[in-house]
Design a protein. Structure first.
Length: 346
């Protein structure tokens, strides 16, 4: 079977496939109201990363699902990225993953069984690294290739890290550099360097295991991971859930080195424009902030870094935790304060 590149089979890739935030809000409507189940600790009401259900005083189960179309052409790498991204939501709630189910949709008339198997093997490799099995799943014949996971995890109920529990005065720390969407867009345009591709794969396949360790720190008040809505979009979810405003210093935001010259040239996914159109009215950019910087802050990340809201007294401890886990770019880049749910970028 003669096959074309995976990215040519899909209209979008990675978390850039997400429905724009404003449209998603319109679609969900009343579905985001708090549900009448006392043991449902986290539902849809604050746009958190995963659902959390308390089983007893010592255990809560975390459930999430994430899937998308190819962000890269190598099938094994695609599987790795999709699995890493899905499991990240467990870590973003402060939990430990225990099991996954595969979600598989493939154009079987265009892709060989060998290629599809490589995608699944990529996901299996990441799950082995996370210490969990892929215990089942579901597959369909679809027009575009789709892969992802249902991920399940556990956490002590007192260690759940919601995106709505941030406090005024907290410092914001980002665990990975921005620019995944920019690199992926360059790849699709066939202008991405080998170094750029290696950086893309390295960051998108790095599991956010550090989230489990951060959950044990009482000074860490809120956690989320930065994915398709960009840094600004997911930070606004923290602001809205917690009833706070935020300030971000662009010069302190970690950026992937290979993405920097590309975004300055205007390279980036269409999701950037959709994101800014959805929530740009709630962002106050400094008058002299260049357009490429604004766009980078809205870049759709796939398997992005953890965004941590932490008391000032524990900033050094959180950064040390990131460093020990191999997140060299983790940096403090903003803070939260009393005020309306808006983000100021300086």
């Amino acid at each position: 079977m003669s096959e074309i590149k995976l990215t040519r089979l899909s209209h979008g890739g990675g978390c850039g496939c997400k429905i724009a935030p404003a449209l998603l809000q319109e679609i969900l409507g009343a579905a985001k109201e708090k549900l009448p189940f006392p043991d449902l600790m986290v539902g849809t009401e604050t746009s958190d990363d995963a659902a959390v259900y308390r089983l007893n005083d010592e255990q809560a189960i975390i459930a999430t699902t994430d899937f998308f179309m190819p962000i890269v052409d190598d099938p094994f790498d695609f599987g790795r990225i999709a699995a890493t991204n899905a499991i990240s939501d467990i870590y973003a709630m402060g939990g430990t993953p225990i099991m996954a189910l595969a979600i598989v949709g493939m154009p079987i008339d265009k892709l060989s069984p060998e290629t599809i198997r490589k995608i699944l093997q990529g996901g299996e490799a990441v799950c082995r690294d996370a210490g969990i099995p892929i215990a089942g799943g579901h597959s369909i014949d679809s027009q575009e290739p789709i892969y992802g996971l249902v991920a399940l995890g556990v956490v002590h109920p007192k260690r759940v890290k919601k995106n709505s529990d941030a406090q005024a005065g907290d410092v914001l720390i980002l665990g990975k550099g921005l620019g995944v969407g920019v690199l992926a867009a360059a790849l699709k345009k066939e202008i991405l360097s080998d170094a750029g591709y290696q950086q893309l794969i390295a960051t998108t396949t790095q599991l956010n295991k550090v989230g489990s360790a951060l959950s044990a720190m009482p000074e860490v008040h809120a956690l989320t991971d930065v994915t398709g809505f960009g840094l600004l979009g997911h930070l606004l979810e923290i602001c809205r859930g917690s009833g706070l405003g935020a300030q971000v210093s662009f010069n302190q935001v970690p950026v992937l080195s290979e993405a920097l010259p590309l975004v300055q040239q205007g390279i980036g996914p269409g999701a950037i424009t959709r994101n800014l159109a959805s929530y740009g009215c709630d962002v106050d950019f400094a008058p002299n902030l260049e357009e490429w910087k604004q766009r980078l802050l809205a870049d759709a990340q796939t398997s992005g870094g953890l965004l941590v809201s932490v008391a000032p007294s524990a900033v050094s401890s959180v950064l040390a935790c990131f460093r020990e886990a191999g997140f060299a770019q983790a940096a403090a880049m903003g803070n939260l304060q009393q005020g309306s749910a808006r983000v100021a970028v300086v």
